[in-house]
Design a protein around this ligand. Structure first.
Ligand SMILES: CC(C)=CCC/C(C)=C/COP(=O)(O)OP(=O)(O)O
Length: 560
C-alpha cells in the first residue's frame, strides 16, 4: 500500500492526534468469574452417566448398521445423527453409507419414490462429505417454462431441504442459484401461514442454514427441534442429549481453568481500555472444534485469541503511532529482553503474549513436536504486521482500493493465526505439511479470511476506529452509497463460501489431517457468520452472544 496520498477526513494525522492515546468505552465482561465455580466437583462425569452414554451409543450404532444402505431411511438417520451433534461417534459407519449413496447416486435419484426432499437431502449429505455430485438432478423439478414447479410450494420440508442443499453450491451452478431464490422466497411467504414451531424452524434456517451453523450451537438447536417432532427416535435423541451434557461439563471445566489464568493476568486493571471478552474467546475456540480430544487446543486458542483482542484494541484505539512502531518491532524480535524498550502499559502485555507461546511450545514438546511451534509464532508476527499496516494507513489518511485493502485485511482477519494455533493443539496427528499449508494461505483459507474480514467490516462500518472495506469500496466507486457497497461486499462473501465449498470437494490438495483441517477452516467461517451476521456480537456481547453462550455453555439438556 502507498500511504502518502491525500488525507481522508477520518485521518488521525489530519486532526493532529497521531500521538494522543484514546479510549472507547466497551461494556465490561458479561461473565466475570461465573465459570470459576465449574471445577471438578461440578464437572466430573459420574460413572452411571458414563455407562448410560456407552450403552446408548452402542444402540445408535446398531441402528445405523441395521438400516440398509439402499433404504431412504438411512439418509434421514444420518442427517439426524449429524445435526444432533453426535456424528463424530460414527464417522466410519456414516462414511460407508454415504460411499454407497455416492456410488448409486444417479440411479437412486431417478427412482419413483425419490421425492424432492430426499433428492435435496442426498445431494447435501454427499457434498458435505466431500463428494462431487451433479446438481442436474434438480432439473426434474422444473416445469415446461423452466421454473421450479408450483406444486413444490406447499411442500415445506421439501423447500427447507432444497434451501439447505443450495448452501453447498459452487461457482457456475445456475440451477442452484435459481433454487436458492425460489426456496427463500417461498419459505419467507410461508412464514405467515404455518404453525409456530415450523415458523421458528424456517426463520432459524433462513438466518443460519445448516452449512453455516457452528456445531455445538447447532446441536442444541436441533435437539429442541427433534424433541418437537413426534416421529423422532427416542434412543438417538436421548443419546444426543446426554452426549451434549457430558461435553458441556468438559467445556465448563476448561472455562474454569482459563478463567483462573485470565484473572491472574489482571487485564482489567492493567489494560482497562481493552475489551474483556475471555468467555467469548473461549466460545470461538469451541466453535473451532468441540470434541474431547481437543481440550488443550481449545485452551491454547482461547489464550491466543484474548491476546489478539487486546492487541487489536491497542492498534485500533489506544496506541500512538510511536507505541505501535515499538510494539511491532518487539514482536518481530520476539525476545523477553526487549520488554524494557516498550511503554510501561505494554510491558506486562508483551510478556503475557510470549508466555502463551512458550506454553504452546511446551505442549508441543510433550509430543516431541516443539520444533513446529515457530509456525505459530510466524503467524502471530504476520498478524501484527498487518495490524501495523492498517494503523499506518489510518495515520496517513490514505484510503486504499478494495484490492489493496484486502491484501492486508485478509491476514488481519486472524484466520491464519487461529488456524495455525488450532493445529498446534491437535496433538499427535499434527504434521509439518499442515502448518506449511496454512502458511501458504491457500484459496480455502482465503475464503474464510474474506468472510471474516468483510462481515466484520460491515458490522463495524460507522463504529470502527479504523478504515473498513466499506469505505474503500465507496471511495473507489465515487458516489456509491453504503447500500451499494454492502451489496457488492455481500457478493464477495457469497463467492468466498463457494470457494470454500469447491475446495472441500474430493480430490482436495489439503494435507493430512485433511478432514480436521477442513473443519477448522469451515468453522472459522461459521463462527464469523454467527457473530457478525447482524451486529458485532463479539464486541457487543451483552445480548445475542450472551444468549448463545448461555444456551451452549450454561444450560444443560433435560435428560430422562
Ligand atoms: C476471531 C476473534 C474473536 C478474534 C479476536 C478479537 C478480535 C480481533 C475481534 C475483532 O475485533 P474488531 O472488530 O475490532 O476487529 P478489526 O479491528 O480487525 O476490524
Amino acid at each position: 500500500m502507498d500511504f502518502h496520498a491525500s488525507a481522508a477526513p477520518f485521518s488521525r494525522k489530519s486532526v493532529g492526534i497521531e500521538n494522543v492515546r484514546r479510549s472507547v468505552t466497551y461494556h465490561p465482561t458479561v461473565w466475570g468469574d461465573y465459570f470459576l465455580d465449574y471445577d471438578s466437583n461440578l464437572t466430573d462425569t459420574l460413572p452411571h452417566e458414563e455407562q448410560k452414554h456407552q450403552s446408548l451409543k452402542e444402540k445408535v450404532k446398531q441402528l445405523l448398521l441395521d438400516t440398509p444402505h439402499d433404504s431412504l431411511h438411512i439418509l434421514d438417520l444420518i442427517e439426524a445423527i449429524q445435526c444432533l451433534g453426535v456424528g463424530y461417534h460414527f464417522v466410519t459407519e456414516i462414511e460407508k453409507s454415504l460411499k454407497y449413496a455416492y456410488d448409486t447416486y444417479i440411479e437412486s435419484c431417478g427412482k419413483q419414490n425419490n421425492d424432492f426432499c430426499t433428492i435435496a437431502l442426498r445431494f447435501r449429505l454427499l457434498r458435505q462429505q466431500g463428494y462431487y455430485v451433479s446438481c442436474d438432478v434438480f432439473n426434474k423439478f422444473k416445469d415446461h417454462k423452466g421454473n421450479f414447479d408450483e406444486s413444490l410450494i406447499s411442500n415445506v420440508q421439501g423447500l427447507l431441504s432444497l434451501y439447505e442443499a443450495t448452501q453447498l453450491r459452487v461457482h457456475g451452478e445456475e440451477i442452484l442459484e435459481e433454487a436458492l431464490k425460489f426456496s427463500t422466497t417461498q419459505l419467507n411467504s410461508l412464514l405467515l401461514n404455518v404453525c409456530n414451531s415450523l415458523s421458528t424452524q424456517i426463520k432459524e434456517a433462513l438466518d443460519i442454514p445448516i452449512r453455516k451453523t457452528v456445531p455445538r450451537h447447532g446441536a442444541k438447536k436441533f435437539i429442541s427441534i427433534c424433541q418437537e417432532d413426534e416421529s423422532h427416535n427416542e434412543k438417538l435423541l436421548n443419546f444426543a442429549k446426554l452426549d451434549f451434557n457430558l461435553l458441556q461439563k468438559m467445556h465448563q471445566k476448561e472455562l474454569s481453568e482459563v478463567t483462573t489464568w485470565w484473572k491472574a493476568l489482571e487485564i482489567e486493571n492493567k489494560l482497562p481500555f481493552a475489551r474483556d471478552r475471555l468467555v467469548e474467546c473461549y466460545f470461538w475456540a469451541l466453535a473451532t472444534y468441540f470434541e474431547p480430544q481437543y481440550s488443550i487446543g481449545r485452551k491454547m486458542l482461547t489464550k491466543v485469541t484474548t491476546m489478539i483482542s487486546i492487541a487489536d484494541d491497542i492498534f485500533d484505539v489506544y496506541g500512538t503511532l510511536d507505541d505501535l512502531t515499538l510494539f511491532t518491532d518487539a514482536i518481530e524480535r520476539w525476545d523477553f529482553s526487549v520488554i524494557d524498550q516498550l511503554p510501561t502499559y505494554m510491558q506486562h502485555f508483551y510478556k503475557a503474549i510470549l508466555d502463551v507461546y512458550v506454553e504452546i511450545e511446551e505442549e508441543m514438546g510433550k509430543i516431541e513436536k516443539s520444533y513446529l511451534a515457530h509456525y505459530v509464532i510466524e503467524e502471530k508476527k504476520r498478524l501484527i504486521r498487518s495490524y501495523f499496516q492498517e494503523a499506518k494507513c489510518v495515520y496517513s489518511g490514505y484510503i486504499p482500493t478494495l484490492e489493496e485493502y484486502l491484501k492486508v485485511g485478509k491476514p488481519s482477519s486472524t484466520c491464519l493465526l487461529l488456524s495455525a494455533v488450532a493445529l498446534a493443539g491437535i496433538g499427535e496427528v499434527v504434521t509439518k505439511e499442515a502448518f506449511e499449508w496454512v502458511a501458504s494461505d491457500p484459496l480455502i483459507l482465503q475464503g474464510s479470511e474474506i468472510i471474516g474480514r468483510i462481515m466484520n467490516d460491515m458490522t463495524g462500518f460507522g463504529f470502527e476506529q479504523k478504515i473498513t472495506a466499506v469505505e474503500c469500496y465507496m471511495n473507489q466507486n465515487k458516489g456509491a452509497t453504503k447500500e451499494e457497497a454492502f451489496a457488492e461486499l455481500q457478493e464477495l462473501v457469497t463467492d468466498a463460501w463457494k470457494d470454500i465449498n469447491e475446495e472441500c470437494l474430493h480430490p482436495t490438495v489439503v494435507p493430512t489431517p485433511k478432514t480436521l483441517l477442513l473443519e477448522i477452516v469451515d468453522n472459522y467461517a461459521r463462527a464469523t457468520h454467527l457473530n457478525y451476521r447482524n451486529i458485532d456480537d463479539y464486541t457487543n456481547s451483552e445480548v445475542n452472544a450472551k444468549d448463545v453462550i448461555t444456551c451452549v455453555l450454561v444450560e444443560p439438556m433435560t435428560t430422562p
